[in-house]
Design a protein around this ligand. Structure first.
Ligand code: BGC
Length: 712
C-alpha cells in the first residue's frame, strides 16, 4: 500500500476534513485570528494547510506542530499570495504583461518562488489569469490584460517560473491558476458581481489561459467568487468537473477562494453549510479556504446522503498527492532554511526588478521633451506619487516592504546630482486639501521641466476596489489643469493599477508615461526612462479608453453590419465620443522610430498541417538604439461564424541600432487558424485569411498580406 492509501485507511473523518481545510495562521486578510487556536487545530489534525504566513522560523514552528504533535504527522501546505514578487517586488501583473516578454515573466516568478520558499511558503495563489477588459474592475491590476493569447503565454511562463521543472525542489512552490473563470467579466466591473457569458466567449477567451496553465503542469486551480450564468464557480460542475478535470485533464488540487464555500449560502444556492460543502465537493473543490464549511458541514452532508466518503477520500488523496509532489513528506523544513543562499543574490534580484520595471513603462505620448535634456538645471517634481514608497508596491505586495522601494524622488536625486529638484506633493492622492498647490505652482514656474506624478493609491485597485469613475482621484485633475496652464514643459507620470480616464491631460502634457505600480525598483526604472538611460519598450496589454462610456473595451471584436468607419449615418458608433480608444492595445512609443519596411508570408495557399511563415522587415530610422515589438494579428474575413476583426497570434521583438534593419519572423501552424463553428466544434475553413503585422492593434498602422487556406 502506498503512503496515501495507508494514510487514508488510518484517518478519522475529522482528520480527513482537516486535510481539506486551509486556515489563516497568525493574521488574516479580514482580521486577526489567534495563533493559539491554529496550534490546537494543527495538533488535532483539523488544519491541513495554512495561508498568509511566511518566515522561516514561523513556518517551521507550524510544520513542527503538524509533524510532531498531530497524530498522523502530515506536513502542512503553506500558501501565500505571491503574485509579483515575495520580498523583491516586481511590477504588478498588468504592468509585467506590458513587457510582452515571457522569459522575464518566468524569471520574476522564479525569483519570487526562491524568496517565498526560503520563507517556508510552499504554495502561491498565482498566477491570476483573468482576462480583463473593464478598467472599472480593480482586479484588472492583477491580470495579464485583455487578450487570451497573451494570458495563455503568461500562464505557461508563470507556472514554469513558480514550479521550476521539479516541484519537489527546495526553491519551487505550487502555482495556483486563478480565478477560474470569467471573473474579469463581472457585471459593470463591480467586484464579486455575477457573470453572464456565452459558451463561445468562455471557450475563445476565458478558458484558454487556464488550459495553458493545466498543460504547463499547474499544481492547483482556484475558482472565482463570481457565478457564471447563475451557477457560482465554487459549485460549477460543468466548468470545474466536466471542463477542468475531464476535458482539460487537470489532476491537481482545486482550492476554494477565501470563504467562498460558505458564501454559496449568500449567493442563494445552499441553505446551510452542509449543502454548501456538498455542492463544492461535488463540483470538485478539494480544499476549503477559510470557511470551515468542510469541517463543520461535511459530517452533516454525509449523514444526509448529500455526499459519499468516496468523494471525500478522492479529495484527500489529491491533497496528499500535492504534498508528496512538493516533497513535504521527505522534509517539510527544507523550504524555510535557505536564508543565506537567497540573501547572497539580493543584488541580482534588484537588477532584475529594475530591468522588468523599466520594460513595463509605457510611453503613451511624447512631443520630444523626453528623454530629458542633459543640461536641465531645475526640475519641478510635483504630485502625490513622486515620493510615495508604499504605493509603488501595488495592491498585492506579498512580503514586500515600503522601506525597500525606491521612489521617483530618490532616484532622480541620485541620477541628476547637478540638478536642483524642487519637490512638492501639492495634493494628497485622494483628499481635497489644496494647501500645497500654490507652492507647487511656484516651483513649476521656476523650473525647466515639470514632472507631474499623478495617479491612484495602490489600494484603489486590486480586490474589492472597483471604481465607477476610474480617473485621477481627489483634486489631482485640478492640480494638473493649474500646472498645464503655466505653459511649462510637463511630463505626466501616471501611476495606476488600470488604464485611467485622463481628460485633456495626455493631449496637453508634452509627454505621458504609464508607470502602473512598478515595485521595489520603481523610482530607478522611471528615472532610467526619463533620462534616456533606458529607451522605453513597454506596450499596453489593455486598450486604454477615452471615457467610461466606452467600457468594456478591447480590440478583438467582431465586425458589425454597419461599421463605425463606413461613413453611413446609421453606423455602430457613439454620437458623443469617438469609437476608437485613446490608445489601442499594443500602443507604446520608443525614443527610436521604427517602420515595417516590408511584409512577406508563405505559402500562398496552405493546408491545415502546413506551417505558415510570416516575416516583417523592420528598420530603426531614429537616432537611438532601441527595441521594437511587433504583433501578428489574423482576420478570417468570411467564415461560417463571424470572426473578430483582429485576433492576436504572435508577438516578436527585435533590437536595432540607429539606421539598422532586421527581420522579425512569426512562425504560425496553420492549424491555429481553426475556430469554433456554430456548433462550437473546432473547424478549419478554406478561404482567404489576412495577416496583419504592426506595432499595435491600431488598424492605421498595420501592414497586411493575404493568403488562402485550402481544405484538407
Ligand atoms: C482573493 C484571492 C486570494 C485569497 C487569499 C481572496 O480574497 O480573491 O485572490 O488568493 O483571498 O488571500
Amino acid at each position: 500500500m502506498g503512503r496515501i492509501d495507508r494514510l487514508l485507511a488510518e484517518m478519522t473523518l475529522e482528520e480527513k476534513l482537516g486535510q481539506l481545510s486551509m486556515s489563516a495562521a497568525e493574521f488574516a486578510v479580514t482580521g486577526p485570528t489567534s495563533a493559539q487556536g491554529i496550534a490546537e487545530s494543527i495538533r488535532a489534525g483539523r488544519a491541513g494547510g495554512l495561508l498568509n504566513i511566511w518566515g522561516g522560523e514561523r513556518t517551521r514552528a507550524m510544520q513542527r506542530l503538524a509533524l510532531e504533535e498531530s497524530r498522523l504527522g502530515i506536513p502542512l501546505l503553506i500558501g501565500f499570495d505571491v503574485l509579483h514578487g515575495h520580498k523583491t517586488i516586481f511590477p504588478i501583473p498588468l504592468a509585467e504583461a506590458a513587457t510582452f516578454a515571457p522569459l522575464l515573466w518566468e524569471r520574476t516568478a522564479r525569483v519570487a518562488a526562491e524568496e517565498a520558499a526560503c520563507d517556508g511558503v510552499n504554495m502561491t495563489f498565482a498566477p491570476m489569469l483573468d482576462v480583463a477588459r473593464d478598467p472599472r474592475w480593480g482586479r484588472i491590476a492583477e491580470s495579464p490584460g485583455e487578450d487570451p493569447w497573451v494570458a495563455a503565454r503568461f500562464a505557461e511562463a508563470k507556472v514554469r517560473g513558480f514550479q521550476s521543472s521539479d516541484l519537489a525542489a527546495v526553491d519551487a512552490i505550487a502555482a495556483t491558476a486563478k480565478h477560474f473563470c470569467a471573473y474579469g467579466a463581472v457585471l459593470a466591473g463591480r467586484d464579486y458581481a455575477p457573470v453572464d457569458v456565452s459558451e463561445r466567449l468562455l471557450r475563445e477567451v476565458y478558458l484558454p489561459p487556464f488550459a495553458a496553465a493545466v498543460a504547463a503542469g499547474c499544481a492547483a486551480v482556484m475558482p472565482g467568487f463570481n457565478d457564471v450564468n447563475g451557477v457560482p464557480m465554487t459549485a460549477h460542475v460543468d466548468l470545474l468537473r466536466d471542463w477542468l478535470r475531464q476535458e482539460s485533464g487537470f489532476e491537481g488540487v482545486v482550492i476554494s477562494d477565501y470563504n467562498a464555500i460558505a458564501e454559496l449560502m449568500t449567493q442563494g444556492v445552499a441553505v446551510d453549510l452542509a449543502e454548501a460543502a456538498s455542492l463544492a465537493l461535488t463540483a470538485g473543490v478539494d480544499i476549503d479556504m477559510m470557511s470551515g464549511a468542510y469541517l463543520c458541514g461535511l459530517p452533516a452532508a454525509l449523514s444526509r446522503g448529500l455526499v459519499g466518503m468516496d468523494q471525500i477520500d478522492l479529495a484527500v488523496g489529491r491533497v496528499l498527492a500535492l504534498k508528496e509532489r512538493l516533497g513535504l513528506f521527505e522534509d517539510p523544513y527544507r523550504r524555510g532554511s535557505q536564508n543565506a543562499l537567497v540573501a547572497s543574490r539580493r543584488g541580482l534580484r534588484r537588477d532584475l526588478a529594475r530591468d522588468v520595471a523599466r520594460r513595463a513603462i509605457v510611453l503613451l505620448a511624447n512631443d520630444g521633451v523626453l528623454p530629458l535634456a542633459r543640461d536641465l538645471r531645475k526640475i519641478a517634481l510635483i504630485g502625490p506619487l513622486a515620493d510615495a514608497a508604499a504605493e509603488m508596491l501595488g495592491p498585492w505586495p506579498g512580503a514586500g516592504q515600503a522601506g525597500d522601494c525606491v521612489t521617483i524622488r530618490q532616484a532622480l536625486t541620485e541620477a541628476l546630482p547637478e540638478a536642483e529638484i524642487l519637490y512638492e506633493p501639492a495634493v494628497g492622492i485622494d483628499d481635497r486639501d489644496a494647501s500645497g498647490v500654490a507652492a507647487a505652482l511656484r516651483f513649476c514656474r521656476d523650473a525647466d521641466v515639470v514632472l507631474l506624478c499623478l495617479g491612484e493609491s495602490a489600494h484603489m485597485s486590486g480586490e474589492a476596489a472597483s471604481r465607477a469613475k476610474p480617473g485621477l482621484p481627489g483634486i489631482q485633475n485640478d492640480l494638473a489643469r493649474a500646472v498645464l496652464a503655466l505653459d511649462r514643459p510637463v511630463v505626466a507620470i501616471i501611476g495606476s493599477g488600470r488604464p485611467l480616464i485622463l481628460p485633456d491631460l495626455v493631449e496637453k502634457a508634452q509627454a505621458t508615461l504609464a508607470t502602473w505600480f512598478l515595485g521595489s525598483e520603481a523610482g530607478h526604472a522611471i528615472v532610467d526612462v526619463l533620462t534616456g538611460a533606458f529607451n522605453p519598450v513597454g506596450r499596453l496589454p489593455v486598450t486604454w479608453p477615452h471615457d467610461v462610456g466606452q467600457i468594456p473595451i478591447n480590440f478583438s471584436v467582431r465586425q458589425t453590419g454597419r461599421p463605425a468607419d463606413s461613413g453611413a449615418p446609421y453606423a455602430s458608433k457613439y454620437i458623443d465620443m469617438p469609437t476608437e480608444p485613446l490608445f489601442p492595445f499594443g500602443h507604446g512609443l520608443s525614443y527610436s522610430c521604427f517602420i515595417v519596411a516590408s511584409l512577406h508570408a508563405e505559402p500562398e495557399c496552405f493546408r491545415p498541417d502546413d506551417e505558415i511563415s510570416i516575416a516583417a522587415e523592420v528598420s530603426n530610422l531614429g537616432p537611438f538604439a532601441g527595441e521594437e515589438t511587433l504583433f501578428l494579428f489574423v482576420r478570417d474575413p468570411i467564415a461560417s461564424v463571424a470572426r473578430p476583426l483582429l485576433e492576436l497570434k504572435g508577438v516578436a521583438k527585435i533590437a536595432l541600432a540607429p539606421g539598422e534593419s532586421g527581420i522579425l519572423r512569426f512562425p504560425l501552424p496553420a492549424r491555429s487558424l481553426c475556430f469554433l463553428g456554430a456548433d462550437l466544434a473546432p473547424r478549419f475553413e478554406p478561404g482567404e485569411f489576412r495577416f496583419f503585422v504592426g506595432p499595435s492593434a491600431d488598424p492605421a498602422h498595420l501592414a497586411c498580406v493575404t493568403l488562402r487556406a485550402l481544405s484538407d
